[in-house]
Design a protein around this ligand. Sequence first.
Ligand SMILES: Cc1cc2nc3c(=O)[nH]c(=O)nc-3n(C[C@H](O)[C@H](O)[C@H](O)COP(=O)(O)O)c2cc1C
Length: 211
Amino acid sequence: MTNGITMTNAVIECILSRSTTKKYDPAVTLSDDQIRELVRIGTTAPTSFHMQNWRFIAVRTPEAKARLSPIAWNQPPITDAAVTFIVCGQLADSSVIPERLAPLVEAGVMPAAMVPDWEIPARGLYMEYPQRQRDEAVRSGAIAATAMIYAARSLALGSTPMIGFDAEAVAREFGLAEDEVPVMLLSVGAERPGNWPQKPRRPVADVLDLV
Ligand SMILES: Cc1cc2nc3c(=O)[nH]c(=O)nc-3n(C[C@H](O)[C@H](O)[C@H](O)COP(=O)(O)O)c2cc1C
């Protein structure tokens, strides 16, 4: 890099070396504690007004995988990967904000008097705007999934984000609430040989405007 900034370290190497896994070793499972840890890491991702408007359903037993597979294009990662998360975003709802901020106030991170300063603008932003509520659900789910993808990579695990599924059927089969959007499926597990090498990217000059 220019300006004396060398842009490389272990985190950047992890980001640069990821690619989507298509072939998993079905013999390798993850413990429920390992699954919980991946979700814990994912939930350190940022959310608008700290709403944490997400939920994760970890599909990891053969029985649950058999329920998901036919409503997700029978994509092989669902059967073979250790776990497939149904990453759900929840429609942005400003009324949850006091409850979500209470632990920050309790911990002395945020003064109690500041809570309305977050809740009131959030109400204005989302309450009358269903499209914004849904956009925020998708943003939150996607950003958590991204953190989990790179956490998995750093643990030498492969991952597969998937939009190839029947959203209505998944919502029905796995009991999503009215306000929950299945943002994506995310398989995580041990890779087996035969995955594609990384795909070339569009040039930065084509995707970056410096203004
Ligand atoms: C939102 C999203 C949905 C995707 N859905 C699928 C899918 O249903 N099935 C699949 O095999 N790959 C899916 N992919 C993987 C993409 O094809 C892959 O990320 C893209 O080709 C770039 O390759 P790379 O991830 O190896 O860099 C999805 C990726 C994203 C981000």
